[in-house]
Design a protein around this ligand. Structure first.
Ligand SMILES: [Ca+2]
Ligand SMILES: [Ca+2]
Ligand SMILES: [Ca+2]
Ligand SMILES: [Ca+2]
Length: 157
């Protein structure tokens, strides 16, 4: 399986079976960001794909990067997947939230986090945590030039 350039990963029990899965984001077919949940086959090139999702609503131009994290953004006790990609022309960061339902990745929400400055190449990463203590996780996005955004997506299920 070819994972393409610019990879990020996160770990969570995304399907609620008591064991953690590996969630990978990368540049997939035709430059679309792709999510892959792998649940076995570690250390081999033939790991098992539990689920995949090609995000055709967005195309990565040039060498734009991707980032992924998991967290309980809607507070229902199960983790969702958040994907962040750099938009083209420095418009900002495109952020989408996905849930896993019956073995499939389902898109729940998306938004654009506007950039406050112009930069041709950003590089970004995201992480999640309950930064304000309200019981739901927020997304923290870091990009080039010391920019940090805190995003409360409150994904609806
Ligand atoms: Ca699991
Ligand atoms: Ca949740
Ligand atoms: Ca990361
Ligand atoms: Ca919170």
């Amino acid at each position: 399986m070819q994972l393409g350039i610019y990879i990020d990963c996160a770990i969570s029990d995304i399907n609620g079976n008591g064991r953690d899965e590996l969630v990978i984001a990368y540049r997939g077919l035709d430059g679309h960001p792709e999510l892959l949940i792998a649940n076995k086959g570690w250390g081999t090139r033939a790991f098992n794909a539990y689920a995949r999702y090609l995000e055709t609503d967005f195309t990565l131009t040039d060498d734009k990067s991707v980032a992924v994290t998991t967290g309980d953004f809607d507070g229902d006790g199960d983790d969702e997947i958040a994907l962040a990609v750099e938009s083209d022309e420095s418009a900002g960061t495109y952020l989408a939230v996905y849930d896993v339902e019956d073995g499939s990745i389902v898109k729940k929400d998306s938004l654009l986090v506007p950039a406050s400055y112009n930069s041709l190449v950003n590089r970004l990463d995201i992480a999640s945590g309950d930064m304000d203590g309200d019981g739901n996780d927020e997304i923290v996005a870091t990009t080039y030039y010391h920019r940090i955004d805190l995003i409360d997506v409150n994904a609806t299920t």
